[in-house]
Design a protein around this ligand. Structure first.
Ligand code: BES
Ligand code: MN
Ligand code: ZN
Length: 499
């Protein structure tokens, strides 16, 4: 889908989608002009549809006589004082959601500014429309060979009306790179687990070298030498070799300056292992590499927009399978940190992978902070639902920054409690800790487990088990893989760690 910014205000052919804030019967600006051209027919149509500009409300019509257009979409933006880049993004997303496979090949998107002052620049608002449009257009169709013509995307060109075309083009550069990172993450998460096994994941991570990212891949031999038996234990039942993907983007003026770090859980398929999961719905566990997908997509975004920061991305990539060589409940393993772990449930594997990945990260890179992302617990879905991710942290400043970045990007977090009262629940009678904490506070005991592998460094853990995959389209996110966290973390970097 090609995005262009155009000056013309009212096009004289094709489809026009026009976004308008809450209004009364006096149609504002261009909508009013079009109404006049149609001798009031447009206004009557909107009235009949009870359209008043309410957020997300859409009226679609054949253009009435007098207007030289084929199709007209009028989309509500909500309250006048909520007009801005976010409303613009939502407008772009709603329009493309409607038109992507509608048979239309091109559309013009026009945002009607309300009267009064708008805080963001025109360029930023036009780029917001573009971002919503592009992110909502994502599809993962490469394994369909018999898709009906009427289900295939038809929209190839999107013209976005901008008050200042040059400024809009400039403002679009960074979000365009970010959208590519989000797509990269969504592709990884969407791939079936027979295709995206650990070595294939590492191979795709390696392709970021073309963007100037330094990439190293550690195999089982290298990890065994480092003593990473917590991570390696998870992969014992798999035919696939476990991998540690280490990516470095050195965009700061001083390429040796202390980096920031992101760590992802990359379980390319989670059967539960010997503690086997029930059959129904198990296919969902292909997205158990969502944390690693986001970390890789984030590195893609940072490199794509040449972010002025040194950032490290580390993904622990394994497949959790039951087999004669698989680890058992009751096993005790020794992590790279030297701490021992009693495995009581082989399905609590994500924390075992992250334990060694976090330890490796902080020791090798001595980062300013570490943020890990993981589809870690079903319990976070029970606690927070499917639209908000859980945030756990040992550092208030980092937590506040993450909360704010999530709000700004529409990828929201909710901070969860931590502390001694939860930590004691993972004491083991035989080893330094056990890998499950009993029936209560499951997301918190998982986070406490991770914290035992974090020293003094500021750290945050995002449990994205609810948000990595969407059953329904929402805002700029179509159904399926969301890429949750790429935008949020890119914003964290842009707002606090660049320059
Ligand atoms: N990958 C799962 C968590 C998950 C569940 C992600 C649903 C996405 C959707 C994780 O490895 C897991 O199995 N966790 C267990 C932990 C339990 C055994 C302590 C869980 O949540 O049931
Ligand atoms: Mn599991
Ligand atoms: Zn898992």
């Amino acid at each position: 889908m090609q995005i262009s910014f155009v000056k013309v205000e009212i096009p004289d052919e094709g489809t026009l989608a026009i976004g308008v804030s809450e209004c009364d019967d006096n149609l504002p600006g261009i909508l009013g002009e079009l109404d006049k051209k149609s001798k009031g027919a447009l206004g009557r149509g909107l009235k009949a549809a009870r359209f008043k500009g309410g957020k997300g409300k859409v009226v679609e019509m054949l253009a009435p006589a007098g207007i030289d257009l084929d199709r007209l979409l009028v989309i509500g933006l909500g309250k006048v004082d909520e007009f801005g880049a976010k409303a613009a993004e939502n407008f772009g997303a709603v329009a493309i959601g409607r038109l992507l496979a509608s048979g239309e090949k091109s559309v013009t998107l026009l945002l009607q500014y309300p009267a009064g002052k708008v805080v963001e620049s025109d360029g930023v608002i036009a780029a917001g429309v573009a971002l919503g449009a592009v992110l909502r257009s994502y599809r993962f169709d490469q394994y369909r060979t018999t898709q009906k013509k009427t289900d295939k995307p038809t929209l190839a060109k999107v013209n976005i009306v901008a008050r200042d075309v040059a400024e809009a083009k400039k403002a679009w550069r960074a979000p365009e790179a970010i959208s590519k990172g989000v797509f990269y993450a969504r592709d990884l998460v969407s791939e079936p687990p027979n295709v995206l096994h650990p070595e294939e994941f590492a191979k795709r991570g390696r392709s970021l070298e073309d963007m100037g990212v330094d990439v190293e891949v550690l195999g089982e031999k290298e990890m065994a030498k480092l003593g990473m038996h917590s991570l390696l234990g998870v992969g014992l039942g798999s035919e696939c070799e476990s991998q540690l993907l280490v990516m470095q983007w050195k965009g700061a003026r001083d390429r040796t300056a202390q980096p920031i770090a992101f760590v992802g859980k990359g379980v390319t398929f989670d059967t539960g292992g010997i503690s086997l999961k029930p059959g129904p719905g198990m296919d969902a566990m292909k997205y158990d590499m969502g944390g690693a997908g986001t970390v890789t997509g984030l590195m893609h975004a940072l490199a794509g927009r040449k972010a002025k920061v040194n950032a490290v991305g580390i993904c622990g990539i394994v497949e959790n399978m039951p087999d004669g060589k698989a680890q058992r409940p009751g096993d005790v393993v020794k992590s790279m940190s030297g701490q021992t772990i009693e495995i009581l449930n082989t399905d609590a594997e994500g924390r075992l992978v992250l334990a060694d990945a976090l330890w490796y990260c902080q020791n090798r890179f001595k980062p300013k902070f570490m943020v890990d992302l993981a589809t870690l617990t079903g319990a976070i879905r029970t606690s927070l639902g499917l639209e908000i991710a859980g945030l756990f942290s040992n550092n208030d400043e980092l937590a506040e920054r993450l909360l704010a970045a999530g709000k700004a990007e529409g990828e929201e977090l909710w901070r969860m409690p931590m502390g001694e009262r939860f930590d004691k629940l993972i004491e083991s009678p035989i080893a330094d800790m056990k890998n499950i904490g009993g029936p209560f506070g499951g997301s918190i005991t998982a986070a406490q487990f991770l914290q035992r592998f974090v020293n003094k460094v500021p750290w945050a853990h995002l449990d994205i088990a609810g948000t990595a995959w969407a059953e329904e389209a929402r805002g700029a996110t179509p159904k399926g893989a969301t890429g949750f966290g790429v935008r949020l973390l890119n914003r964290l970097v842009a707002d606090h760690y660049e320059g």
